[in-house]
Ligand binder design. Structure first.
Ligand code: UFG
Length: 346
């Protein structure tokens, strides 16, 4: 039977939000996307519709605007859950514009939670990040690893948001339960090549920098540091395919809706549990794209840790979710999207 439960996706036209919208719509959920399009294009909505076969409801709304947020939620009070992706996410930019990050990333969460309580919308899923662990040196990182000072205002907004959520769901109110999902390094795109990441300006992250270099938008990739204490000297990260990540949101949503959660606030790491070096990613890309990448070794980037990767046992045991797609599927889908996206631009 078709499931028509309504779910609000804040930031649903962004990179992870759009892939999650496709998964939920494909499973029969009614999806309401709230997004101010500050870091995404409206045509993502058509792509979501084409891939899922269903039309999401879309409202262009700035969730930091208290009144606009209230009116939006009043129009959609019969909702089972909210998934909150709407946030600024550039680490370097957050260092230069901290207030912009604190205002945007915190005010939206407060406005959303206040409305959920007011309108008795019970369930909440938060888009968190492994950045909350700070410079955690104990590997792999488990959900019980210490929360060390975050290295950027962006990271601090994720930490503070998690505290806001925990405190709010702990208090007596009309809310039921929340889950924070701590992503490691999401990359890749929909396997069709019809959906992916669209960074504004020069990308800060590795994968879009690789694909933009390969397609000729950037001249050369700088590999930041080849003297780290890792097997090939380059940094190790736990890259996770965005489609696997999107599916984890669906599983978390069903856990909350079916009241399978074990407490009012749960946290899960989302990664593959495997670390790949920058050179591993480049080699996978070259193999899948069938071309050499123009790269050079450059000095270390400030703030980078030598290695981070997740312990994903909790997600496996509790959610029954494991990442299924390989590093080759990550690099090939990112490349497919880059080619498709540029073709449509020209
Ligand atoms: N890298 C390069 N060249 C580039 C870009 C990145 O060599 O042009 C390297 C980085 O030095 C790092 C690796 O590629 O070793 C991955 O870098 P990303 O910027 O892609 O990812 P990060 O691990 O730095 O960032 C991720 C998330 C952030 C989060 C951060 C800290 O994307 O949202 O982890 O947890 F804040």
């Amino acid at each position: 039977m078709e499931n028509r439960k309504k779910v609000i996706i804040c930031g649903g036209t962004g990179f992870i939000g759009s892939h999650t919208s496709v998964e939920l719509l494909s499973q029969g959920y009614q999806v309401v996307i709230a997004d101010n399009l500050s870091n995404s294009e409206r045509d993502i909505l058509d792509r979501i519709e084409t891939l899922s076969g269903h039309v999401p409801i879309f409202e262009e709304v700035d969730l930091t605007d208290e009144q606009a947020c209230d009116r939006f939620f009043e129009r959609h009070s019969n909702t089972s859950a909210v998934i909150h992706f709407a946030a600024f996410k550039a680490v370097g930019e957050s260092v230069n514009k901290p207030l912009m990050y604190y205002k945007n990333n915190l005010q939206s969460t407060v406005n959303i939670l206040r409305n959920m309580d007011r309108l008795s919308i019970p369930n909440f899923i938060f888009s968190s990040s492994a950045t909350v662990y700070g410079d955690c040196e104990e590997l792999p990182i488990t959900e019980k690893s210490p929360i060390l000072p975050a290295s950027s205002p962006y990271g601090k907004t994720k930490q503070i948001n998690e505290s806001i959520i925990e405190d709010t769901f702990k208090a007596e109110n009309n809310l039921a339960a929340a889950i924070s999902l701590r992503y490691f390094n999401p990359i890749g795109g929909h396997l069709s090549g019809e959906l992916g990441e669209v960074p504004i300006g020069p990308p800060n992250n590795l994968m879009p920098y690789i694909t933009q270099t390969a397609i000729g938008v950037r001249e050369q990739l700088s590999v930041f540091g080849n003297d780290y204490p890792t097997p090939d000297g380059t940094c190790i990260r736990d890259y996770i395919h965005v489609v696997d990540l999107a599916k984890a949101h669906l599983v978390a949503l069903e856990r909350l809706i079916n009241k399978k959660n074990k407490s009012f606030y749960e946290i899960f790491n989302l990664g593959t549990g495997n670390g790949f070096s920058v050179m591993d990613v480049i080699k996978s890309f070259e193999k899948m794209a069938g071309q050499k990448l123009n790269y050079t070794f450059a000095p270390r980037r400030a703030g980078d840790q030598a290695a981070t990767y997740a312990d994903v046992t909790k997600a496996k045991n509790e959610l029954g979710w494991v990442a299924e797609l390989s590093i080759d599927e990550m690099t090939s889908s990112a490349w497919k999207w880059e080619q498709n996206y540029r073709r449509n631009l020209s």
